[in-house]
Design a protein. Structure first.
Length: 373
């Protein structure tokens, strides 16, 4: 039997609890230690989940840690991931992978030089509903996909997050924060993007926190909060992506794909499951379902939450010497798509991408079961 990889976490904020809570359901890895620049946070999380609390330096030097999950804030991703790789350990980063193409390429070079792996969230596109969508598209259920829409809109993070500052700083905004879910799903369904253009703006240059101890405090807005973009894919599909934190209510479908023989209505790629319908030419909408383990609601009996599936696939791929799905080429391409969208908004240009990637291998029901302990 292949030995599980030892995994450490750097960054003990809210998202670390999800990784620690869900880790036991997967094969391939065991979380053995956590670290944070604030040792009180590390000790609290370690006590909660019965793992070791390390300093960052101690975790990077630890002989029982083979792979490190980078859960720091986005602006710190490149520096922390660089340190992880330079310590001789594989890295799996929360989204967004990094904040620029040059950062992604730098990390890729370090990993290649040291025979290490890079992975990055999100892995929600491995969810049962999104993989069913892929299976149906590949089988021609709606014909050739020619166009579509993807929409992620809300009133903003200041209504619920007690410290929303970084969401509105450079490196934040709805494209870099939420865009990875939507763009990753589109790329796994349709393949790589060739060109993008966009228009961007913001409703206000400040935001007022509406909760917690800082209720009433204002924070500056330094990045666009409304983005209307168009993505031209290598396979010919044209997708409109709307992302905004300036919308109080919307009835737009989350994601729709339009094919030569029908329409597909997909669930929110921020989650692993959800309702999927197909309307064939001249027919009525039909809800589709299949027996996929990552479709099963396991969070408050409402949502399917299998965060860590991408990490498990990466850990097993390292042990089995095969490619992993949430790989650096895929993550790097998604980073370039997002940053090109923002650059197009600043310049008014159509941006031609310099990177590409293959579609990750499908995560069908059997492949998903193989990840579960």
């Amino acid at each position: 039997m292949t030995k599980n990889l030892g995994v450490g976490i750097i960054g003990c904020g809210n998202i670390s609890a999800a990784y620690l809570q869900l880790a036991p359901m997967f094969k391939g890895y065991d979380i053995v230690a956590v670290a944070d620049i604030n040792m009180a946070n590390a000790r609290a999380r370690a006590s909660e989940f019965n793992v070791r609390a390390d300093t960052v330096d101690d975790l990077l030097a630890s002989s029982d840690v083979d792979l490190v999950i980078n859960l720091t804030i986005p602006a710190a991703h490149v520096g922390v991931s660089r340190a992880i790789l330079q310590a001789g350990k594989h890295v799996y980063s929360e989204k967004p992978f990094v904040l620029s193409l040059s950062e992604a390429e730098e990390l890729g070079d370090i990993a290649k030089e040291n025979n290490l792996r890079i992975g990055s969230a999100p892995d929600t596109y491995m969810g049962g509903s999104h993989q069913m969508a892929r299976s149906l598209i590949d089988a021609g259920a709606i014909g050739k996909v020619t166009s579509g829409t993807a929409v992620v809109m809300s009133s903003g993070m200041e209504d619920w997050h007690p410290n929303p500052d970084f969401f509105f700083q450079k490196g934040g905004g709805p494209i870099l924060d939420l865009g990875p879910y939507y763009i990753c799903n589109l790329v796994q369904l349709l393949g790589p993007v060739q060109k993008v253009t966009s228009f961007t703006g913001m409703a206000s240059d400040t935001r007022t926190i509406r909760n917690g101890p800082r209720n009433g405090e204002t924070v500056p807005v330094e990045t666009p909060t409304t983005i209307h973009s168009v993505l031209s894919f290598a396979n010919g599909a044209i997708i409109t992506l709307l992302a905004s934190w300036d919308v109080w209510a919307s009835n737009h479908p989350i994601m729709e794909l339009y094919g030569t023989n029908g329409t597909m209505d997909l669930p929110d790629p921020n989650f692993f499951g959800g309702k999927l319908t197909v309307t064939e030419r001249g027919g009525d909408p039909i809800e589709k379902s299949w027996d996929h383990p990552f479709s099963v609601a396991n969070f408050e009996d409402v949502h399917a939450n299998y965060r860590g599936a991408g990490l498990a696939d990466m850990a097993l791929a390292i042990s089995e010497d095969r490619p992993h799905r949430c790989n650096d080429a895929f993550a790097t391409h998604v980073v370039e798509v997002m940053t090109a969208i923002l650059q197009a908004g600043e310049t008014g240009n159509v941006m031609t991408l310099t990177t590409t990637c293959g579609r990750p291998d499908a995560m069908g029901p059997d492949q998903a079961r193989a990840l579960l302990a």
